[in-house]
Design a protein around this ligand. Structure first.
Ligand code: PHB
Length: 402
């Protein structure tokens, strides 16, 4: 500056500075509305086991849920989806804290979980109070769609009673009249055995002995010795995940396969076949899914899932995929507005889910009404032999929808 006047270089710099400032302002003004118009992401909280005997189940549900979202470009009804994962450890004692963490700290829009029935009961007690939209992609505790049913709580899997009930009739009609049952001592085991026993007795069967082992223990030796000495017409069990792998191998190693026929709900051989190897060959179970179902949806799903996850699909993957389908249907009805819960719930309640298991609808209690298949392990497949019970609905005892 000379005698108070800016030099031409100075005034050029000042002009450039001002111009740059104006340009920045103009640019931010241009960008501001775009940023504001960008809808926030829908936050999905997974409460699933990623460690322990049910770890593979949690992983399959997570992978398949994400697969469906990815199929839609990472968005459902135009909303990007973000995930928070909490390891439930299949531990009911930690379930209330874990659910509170997702609801109050993470402030998720939707909870997807759990696998374990004991965790489910604690979770639902929290979410039916908070009103958080909840989709149960596995845990079969009867009360979730029974006495604790709620408008914001849905299930895309089964009630524990459902997959076991049809096997009671199948075995009784084969002339097997005396059975031993064996399972983990917790809600899922108790209710699964309950379903089988109800129908077995109704068709003339009787139970010679109920055997139990604490969850998630896998010391079966003394129980197998007892079964060998009783020699019933059949043994019916509920085990799943890592425990199912161990049980099926131990049963074969004890030399029981040829002397005492073994049956179960299909969790016994689902997602487990590679690890069970020869020990599982020929086992018959009942479940709402079978690998070999020749449905376009199942064939496409199995191919996509194998490519994305690097392993074969199983019932848990199907249930996780359908949880994402159900959420998409709800969000689409609400134009992506996760706060418009009434609209979402209305659409979810009347949805027909195009599932790899076959199309299904939900009962008034929000539990699938579905076909239960009789399957047989052949090679690396749970091969469908037929429908053991068509369109089976859970009795939903005690459900009073508010
Ligand atoms: C349950 O605890 O409800 C449960 C767990 C694993 C299964 C089925 C049911 O495969």
């Amino acid at each position: 500056m000379t005698n108070g006047k800016p030099t031409s270089a100075q005034s050029r710099r000042r002009f450039l500075k001002t111009a740059a400032g104006a340009a920045t302002l103009a640019a931010s003004a241009l960008h501001a509305p775009t940023i504001l118009a960008q809808p926030s992401k829908v936050k999905v909280g997974f409460l699933l086991p990623y460690t322990g005997t049910y770890a593979q189940l949690g992983k399959a549900i997570t992978d398949a849920f994400k697969l469906h979202v990815d199929e839609h470009g990472g968005r459902l009804a135009g909303r990007a989806i973000e995930y928070v994962q909490v390891d439930s450890e299949a531990n009911p004692a930690k379930a209330t804290d874990n659910t509170n963490r997702l609801v109050n700290l993470e402030k998720v829009d939707v909870i997807v979980g759990p696998v374990h029935s004991g965790v489910a009961v604690a979770m639902v007690r929290v979410t039916r109070e908070s009103g958080t939209l909840t989709i149960d992609p596995n845990a079969g505790a009867g009360v979730v769609t029974g006495a604790l049913c709620a408008p914001n709580v849905f299930r895309t899997s089964f009630s524990n009673w459902q997959p076991s009930y049809p096997m009671g009739k199948v075995l009784a009609e084969r002339g097997m009249k005396k059975a031993v049952t064996l399972t983990w001592k917790y809600a899922a085991g108790e209710e699964a055995i309950g379903g089988f026993v109800e129908n077995f007795k109704a068709h003339g069967g009787s139970i010679v002995k109920d055997l139990w082992v604490p969850f998630p223990k896998v010391e079966f030796q003394s129980l197998l010795t007892e079964i060998a000495s009783i020699k019933p017409d059949a043994v019916f069990v509920f085990f799943a995940g890592g425990g199912a792998v161990k049980f099926v191998k131990d049963y074969a190693a004890a030399g029981l396969r040829n002397s005492v026929p073994l049956f179960g709900s299909g969790f016994l051989t689902d997602g487990t076949l590679k690890a069970q190897g020869d020990a599982a060959q020929g086992l018959e179970t009942t479940l709402h899914y079978g690998d070999s179902l020749i449905l376009p949806k199942n064939l496409a799903f199995r191919e996509m899932y194998a490519k994305a996850a690097g392993r074969e699909a199983d019932v848990y993957a199907v249930q996780g995929y359908d949880a994402a389908q159900l959420l998409r249907i709800g969000l689409e009805a609400a134009n992506g507005d996760v706060k418009a819960q009434k609209k979402m719930i209305g659409a979810m309640e009347s949805a027909e889910i195009d599932s790899p298991r076959g199309k299904f609808t939900l009962s008034k209690a929000h539990n699938p009404i579905q076909d239960i298949y009789l399957r047989k392990v052949v090679g690396m497949e749970n091969k469908v032999e037929g429908v053991a019970h068509k369109a089976l609905a859970d009795p939903a005892t005690g459900c009073k929808m508010a």
